[in-house]
Design a protein around this ligand. Structure first.
Ligand code: TPP
Ligand code: SF4
Ligand code: SF4
Ligand code: SF4
Length: 595
């Protein structure tokens, strides 16, 4: 009997790639896919795995490996595909050799993302088939199927999975690993050299392989039809929306799609003649719905189901009711249960976070601050409210220049600050950084603050090029101040931000300076490196209750009533404090002391 194991979608994909005889896996961290490559790194040493410097590089590593005949898996969060789009859009023109699967982690509802893009559209745009698993078992099976389709049709394949499936668990059967030899790179400039005239016939290749796959869909047995006798409606669905729809037992037949591009259109056309109505249930854009409509088949979908957010069971139930489809298993709202008494909590820097003093100083400066993506993005939220914009990884450094040039044209030169982390700087900040030196007016007042905390903290603390001093397994030893100096920057200040007064002095000076300057902070991430120094405490007899320490927003600090003292005074929870000393340095009367 086959063994089964509970697995998350991420673990199942890693397992599927291992079983498929996978050779090379590359990724860039981001939710919801980051744990997939971590699983490969820890569980399957047979596979070469790396977190590359960014998604474009991860894809390029994958292209090289696939061209050499290796079975390849590249994973990234949905927005990562934007970063990798340039090589992707041309790679899909070539004839894929070693099976190539691109795992895209989409995030309906934006639980941990800056936008909600539907990468099924991206895949169609790039002419690559899209597999859409609906549980962990399918996540594993479709990874293997993706490799198979890729090699048979000589195409890269997108394995599109959403956050809830990446993190949700299900039972998965375990199979052995296939063996597969790497044949090596075979020179074929017309297949791999993508300049005209080679590119012309590749357009036909892309079109033909999708048409061939479409005509073979039935043999692949990846789409399933479940007829309900007497049903007047056919529901077409895929992914998690399928599982949630089935929970309700709708009075309708179901066509469950495993491949959402290309669609089994002739089958859908035949089925459409047997039903009064076709209803498409899919998260995010009307991707399936529009393909069906374009084929001239009448259907509905987004008229009843939202175009944004997750389609949970209640949302689907409401849509089905509006569409006139009854359900056999309606949700029952629990009545009479005690209300949950859970305190709401704002996202906030950890106790002892090295970003805290920097944001305290920036808040006091009241300058315009262009933010970027990382833990420090929380600086846009209440109560910090320091950042004035966040767009995408690395964008702050291009944006500050555009703002400055526009400002100068309007006759002003107010201080502008950009804040970026080390991970984001290496990912895609460096090009914008170099661009600052182009057509620079020496009096352009811009301050670039680089939060060099030695890790990519927000995605779980993966190593980056700044991690090696902390023994984090990184074999890249980039000296950031030297790198920036080599680029051509001459005003670089390196600060220990836990020396609050000195850091404030330097930052205030640089923000006043009419010119371009760089401030690099040096303290590592408190959480990643488990920093715990002796804690601090408040002497309530000295404390004047001014709340300066509370305004640093460190979780252990709060005002409280002490016995025998009338006014509220500050206090520090010793179990949470990690002893960074920042609060003690902002206290005007020395009431905060180390234990
Ligand atoms: C294109 C893209 N890829 C990946 C992510 C996921 N992500 C969010 S923040 C971040 C990097 C954070 O590292 P860093 O800039 O060093 O800041 P820290 O979290 O350490 O403060 C990543 C990779 C993303 N948002 N966009
Ligand atoms: S994980 Fe690290 S960088 Fe992020 S908030 Fe916590 S201490 Fe700060
Ligand atoms: S010393 Fe103060 S600021 Fe630092 S972790 Fe403890 S309570 Fe927070
Ligand atoms: S900063 Fe000092 S004086 Fe002000 S509330 Fe905190 S402990 Fe009290």
């Amino acid at each position: 009997m086959k063994k089964s194991q509970m697995m998350t979608g991420n673990q199942a994909i890693a397992r599927g790639f291992y079983e498929a005889g996978g050779h090379v896996a590359a990724s860039y961290p981001g939710s919801p896919t980051v744990e997939m490559l971590e699983e490969i790194k820890h569980q399957y040493p047979e596979i070469y795995a790396e977190f590359s410097v960014n998604e474009k590089v991860a894809l390029e590593v994958g292209i090289g490996s696939s061209m050499t005949g290796a079975r390849t898996l590249v994973s990234m969060k949905h927005v990562g595909v934007n970063v990798a789009a340039d090589p992707l859009m041309t790679f899909t023109e070539t004839k894929t050799k070693g099976g190539f699967v691109l795992m895209s982690g989409d995030d309906p509802g934006m639980a941990s993302s800056q936008n909600e893009q539907d990468n099924r559209i991206f895949a169609q745009f790039a002419n690559m088939p899209v597999l859409d698993p609906s549980d962990s078992q399918e996540a594993k099976d479709f990874t293997k199927l993706g490799i198979e389709i890729s090699e048979t049709y000589m195409t890269p394949v997108m394995l599109r999975i959403t956050s809830r499936l990446c993190h949700g668990r299900g039972l998965v059967t375990i199979d052995d690993r296939e063996t597969h030899d790497i044949k090596g790179f075979e020179k074929s400039p017309s297949d791999y050299g993508m300049i005209p005239p080679n590119t012309f016939d590749k357009q036909y290749h892309m079109k033909e392989r999708i048409e061939k796959l479409q005509s073979d869909l039935e043999q692949l047995n990846v789409n399933h039809y479940e007829a309900v006798s007497g049903a007047k409606t056919l529901i077409i669905t895929s992914g998690l929306a399928y599982q949630n729809t089935m929970e309700l037992k709708p009075n309708a037949s179901i066509l469950k799609l495993g491949i959402v591009f290309p669609l089994p259109m002739s089958w859908i056309r035949t089925l459409s003649t047997q039903y009064e109505k076709i209803l498409v249930i899919e998260e995010m854009t009307p991707f399936i719905e529009n393909q069906i409509k374009l084929a001239g088949i009448s259907c509905e979908g987004k008229a009843f189901f939202p175009f944004t957010g997750e389609l949970d069971i209640e949302v689907i139930e409401k849509g089905l009711a509006e569409a006139g489809v009854s359900v056999g298993n309606p949700t029952v709202m629990p009545v009479g249960l005690p209300e949950e008494n859970v305190m709401g909590r704002l996202p906030m820097f950890c106790a002892g976070c090295p970003h805290r003093p920097v944001f305290d100083i920036l808040k006091k400066s009241k300058n315009t601050v262009i933010g970027d993506i990382g833990c420090y993005s929380m600086g846009i939220l209440f109560p910090l409210e320091v950042l004035d914009s966040i767009i995408s990884m690395g964008a702050s450094l291009g944006m500050i220049k555009g703002m400055k040039k526009a400002q100068r044209l309007s006759g002003k030169n107010e201080p502008l600050v950009a804040v970026i982390g080390d991970g984001t700087f290496y990912h895609s900040g460096m090009t914008g950084m170099m661009n600052l030196l182009h057509q620079l007016d020496p009096s352009d007042n811009m301050t670039i603050v680089i939060l060099n905390n030695g890790t990519t903290a927000m995605t779980g603390g993966q190593p980056n090029a700044s991690s090696s001093p902390y023994g984090d397994g990184s074999d890249m030893h980039i000296d950031m101040p030297k790198l920036i100096e080599t680029m051509g920057f001459d005003r670089i200040k390196v600060v220990d931000q836990f020396d609050y007064k000195e850091t404030k002095r330097v930052m205030d000076e640089e923000m006043k300076h009419e010119g371009l300057s760089v401030v690099i902070t040096t303290r590592p991430c408190a959480l990643r490196y488990k920093i715990k120094e002796p804690h601090f405490y408040v002497d309530p007899t000295i404390c004047i209750g001014c709340r300066s320490c509370v305004k640093t927003n460190c979780p252990p600090i709060h005002m409280k009533a002490y016995e025998g003292i009338e006014k509220l005074k500050s206090s520090i929870d010793p179990t949470l404090c990690v002893g960074c000393s920042v609060c003690s340095q902002v206290c005007p009367v020395g009431a905060i002391k180390r234990s």
